[in-house]
Design a protein around this ligand. Structure first.
Ligand code: FE
Ligand code: ZN
Length: 256
């Protein structure tokens, strides 16, 4: 097993793609390329040749660069089986519980519907790296475009079970806005207060707040804390029903 080198590629206004490089075999992938141009530039900067494209879900801002990158490199496109009809150029469809071999590394595939009905995450356990697209964000979660609160809560619970040190490579830089909302619903959370201040400093310095770690998210992300009595109480809800707390948290964020 081999650890990945990971290079973050900012795209469009607030999207992140990630170049991942497995050094033993030189397998080189890009996760969720919305456009091809900056990915080509990042590859050239490192002197790397693209061999794989990994997609977490079908949205254009995660797959828009697929065909151009594939045409130029012959890269293999790996995406969610449930969404094989909506992933441009897909070659390999992967499903829940599968392990996808990436050079000498392994990605565990988890089905996490809610944002879209076919969304998956890739977890490289040896590298402590999770690519979770638009399901879990730093201090937030994706909108429920195609799923129910029950589905999204269950998907987030799967991700939340990963080890504390897992780095959360999500699809967008939304953290500062998410922090303002998190403080509005969970104002007494000392870890959250400290993290929100750190996020402000990081953004003021023009730096990314992604990746975070799963340990940080578990302590401060309100969408992972729907079964935390303190959050339910702060929102005036019954914490005995985490799905209802989650649904209300997501609803409030939609109109925040
Ligand atoms: Fe997105
Ligand atoms: Zn999306």
């Amino acid at each position: 097993m081999s650890k990945l080198e990971i290079h973050q590629v900012p795209l469009l206004r607030d999207n992140y793609a990630y170049l991942i490089r497995e050094p033993e075999t030189a397998a080189t992938g890009v996760v969720d390329p919305s456009v091809a141009g900056p990915v080509f530039e990042a590859l050239a900067e490192h002197g790397w040749t693209l061999t794989h494209i990994l997609n977490t879900h079908h949205h254009w801002d995660h797959t828009g660069g697929n065909l151009e990158l594939k045409a130029a490199s012959g890269a293999t496109i790996v995406g969610p089986a449930a969404d094989r009809d909506r992933i441009p150029g897909i070659d390999v469809a992967v499903d829940d519980g599968e392990t996808y071999r990436f050079g000498a590394a392994e990605a565990k595939v988890t089905f996490i519907p809610g944002h879209t009905r076919g969304h998956i995450a890739f977890w490289f356990e040896e590298s402590a790296a999770l690519f979770c697209g638009d399901t879990l964000f730093a201090l937030g979660c994706g909108r429920l475009f195609e799923g129910t609160p029950e589905q999204m809560w269950s998907s987030l619970c799967k991700l939340r079970a990963l080890p504390d040190e897992t780095r959360v490579y999500c699809g967008h830089e939304y953290t500062q806005d998410n922090a303002r909302f998190a403080l509005a619903v969970d104002p007494e959370n000392a870890d959250l207060i400290a993290r929100a201040a750190a996020v402000d400093r990081t953004r003021a310095a023009g730096l990314p707040t992604v990746p975070s770690t799963m340990g940080e998210e578990r302590a401060t992300n309100p969408f992972l804390r729907a079964d935390e009595p303190a959050l339910g109480a702060a929102m005036g809800l019954d914490a005995a029903d985490p799905v209802a707390v989650f649904a209300e948290t997501r609803r409030r964020k939609d109109v925040f």
